[in-house]
Design a protein around this ligand. Structure first.
Ligand code: TMP
Length: 218
């Protein structure tokens, strides 16, 4: 983490893994401990970044989106989000809870699409320098759990959700490789169990995150 005061948390995982549920729980657990979080998402978080989200996820088949365009749009949205949402909040000492960040680009555009990771790290350095999440929660679930959740989802799939299963398997493997390479930043939590089990896992994570904060103030 490279901010002065706030704590930057990101939540990652492939579609259907339960990100929205986990983020809601984290928000509530932090609120119970007196911490108000700024919740945001990527791509998105500002009006322009949300418009970019619509473009990159909503594009139709009439003009195929190149992998490079997809990558650059993710970073264009991120540049807005970092400048106007994430950095200002952290500088004001706020906790930021971000639904995806550059790890998603590494997993999806890097591992799943096959773009060179080196290029992605170069763009990351350009767009957010040494600002990386303090902690990244990676949610995982068995393929059957994910398939059942996706089947329940309202609304049609977006452009990326229409990719074949093998695409998401590569993204998942990419995430696991990232987590293994940076165990200090990543926490891997399974969402296969009950909601109570998930809440207990997240409560442990929140307590761990708050421990250094407590010691700073005592
Ligand atoms: P979601 O936030 O609702 O899961 O949707 C965002 C989609 O965008 C999801 O399919 C993952 C994808 N994505 C990327 O491919 N690269 C990125 O850098 C980000 C932030 C998201």
């Amino acid at each position: 983490m490279s901010t002065d005061r706030g704590v930057f948390l990101s939540v990652e995982g492939v579609e259907g893994v339960g990100k929205t549920t986990a983020i809601g729980m984290l928000e509530a657990l932090l609120a119970d401990r007196g911490i108000e979080t700024l919740r945001t998402r990527e791509p998105g978080g500002t009006p322009l970044a949300e418009a970019i989200r619509g473009l990159v996820l909503g594009a139709g088949a009439e003009e195929p989106v190149t992998d490079t365009t997809e990558l650059l749009l993710m970073f264009a949205a991120r540049a807005q989000s970092v400048a106007h949402v994430i950095r200002p909040a952290l500088e004001h000492g706020q906790w930021v809870l971000c639904d995806r960040f550059t790890d998603a680009t590494l997993a999806y555009q890097g591992h799943a699409r096959g773009l060179p990771l080196r290029r992605i790290y170069e763009l990351a350095e350009w767009v957010h320098g040494d600002l990386w999440p303090h902690t990244t929660l990676l949610l995982t679930a068995r393929a059957e759990t994910v398939a059942a959740r996706l089947a329940d989802r309202a609304g049609g799939p977006d452009r990326i959700e229409r990719e074949p299963g093998s695409f998401f398997e590569r993204a998942e493997q990419g995430y696991l490789a990232l987590a293994a390479s940076d165990p200090k930043r990543y926490r891997v939590v399974s969402t296969d169990g009950s909601l109570e089990a998930l809440r207990a896992d997240l409560a442990r994570l929140v307590d761990e995150l708050m421990a250094p904060q407590d010691s700073e103030t005592t």
